[in-house]
Design a protein around this ligand. Sequence first.
Ligand code: 13P
Ligand code: SF4
Length: 330
Amino acid sequence: MKTPTYSEQTLQKKGFIPAQIPEGLDLKEEILRLKEERNAVLLAHYYQEDDIQDLADFLGDSLYLAQQAARVTADTIVFAGVHFMAETAKIINPSKTVLLPDLKAGCSLADSCPPSDFAAFKSKYPDAIVVTYINCSAEIKALSDIVCTSSNAVRVIESIPEQQPIIFAPDKNLGRYLQKKTGRDLILWEGSCIVHEAFSFDKVVQLFKEHPDAKFIAHPESESPILEIAHYIGSTSGLLKFVEEDSSKKFIIATEAGILHEMQKRCPDKILIPAPVEDDTCACSECAFMKLNTLEKLYTCLKYNAPQIQLDQALIEAAKKPIDRMLALG
Ligand code: 13P
Ligand code: SF4
């Protein structure tokens, strides 16, 4: 029997609630079966829950997932990540159906840059080139000249002629890091990520005193004092590579805690310690947006072919240009 598919609107009208998942159903097996039936490819970010990471056809950082999305020939991309990532996949490969298990899986950084405010900000610097971090909406990408990720941000900035003024948005922490690394005077938008701003400098220093044999590594979305004491700064894939290749046996890691799953799989003998956060009472080093995707929602999105990322054709065309420029850099 052909599996029925419903539009997101129909599901909403129907007061869509995730399908009753039959008792005893092997969710992982069912996801793999539906994936096959739909001719779908599952892309997952390192911050997804462990089971989702293990089911992925491609697991990686933002740049790798964008590169893979561009290459998909299957009918459907299931994006286990946050909204801007799935949206980017749709922009890059618009003829594909792009599913996001939970459309509410947003991003505090993307939300910190509303398009109308950003357009007004941009208009104050008519001579500036706009470089945007991929963690932003399609509307912001459409206002940009070139997109970057944490993997290639330095390369992107260095590809721009020296005297050219540059606006960098939306992450002020990554922006400050880039200023230091490249010596360029960037015009920064004041956005940030709630997860990477939660790490406590004092507690990291204390933890390091307790583990002097450890290396401290951090994602560049972290605040400057944290980055100043890091032995290594890099994207999620950069952090993974560092842990794999460095001779140390112990690491304190300042990024979303989901990365520890793949890190520990690749380095079973190394001791991995998540960097402490300011507030002991919260799971602040977990991205609540990323964690909105669950195995159950992955199953229901494949079963109903919804929710899908829908974008206006004109927006796709405008947002694609700066992404293509980034992808062309390799
Ligand atoms: P990466 O591109 O390094 O995986 O970062 C994505 C992200 O959202 C970091 O918060
Ligand atoms: Fe956005 Fe921060 Fe979550 Fe990354 S960790 S998706 S930047 S809120």
